[in-house]
Design a protein. Structure first.
Length: 90
């Protein structure tokens, strides 16, 4: 019996890394609430700060550190306008 030769090409595929921590907005647009999803097997600590803010306030006040257990957190903070008759952004 004769053996056959086959051409084989080997390629290394890059696998996209899974995002394991997500900040999610829930609730109403005018008064959004935020939760964090932690897909790690243990607790993590995150710090939330405003990069920019205009006519917006957080309850509880930011910056703030939170310890998040695996899974989805309770509501961590809410946002709202300081003056509800003006626009706001963050």
């Amino acid at each position: 019996m004769q053996s056959k030769e086959f051409k084989v090409e080997v390629r290394q595929l890059k696998v996209a890394t899974k995002q394991r921590v997500q900040l999610n907005q829930i609730g109403e647009k005018r008064q959004p609430e935020f939760v964090i999803r932690n897909d790690y097997f243990g607790p993590i600590e995150v710090e939330v700060v405003f990069a920019e803010q205009e006519n917006v306030q957080a309850a509880p006040a930011l910056p703030r550190k939170f310890v998040i257990q695996p899974g989805v957190s309770e509501t961590l903070f809410e946002l709202g306008a300081v003056n509800e008759f003006q626009g706001w952004r963050y």
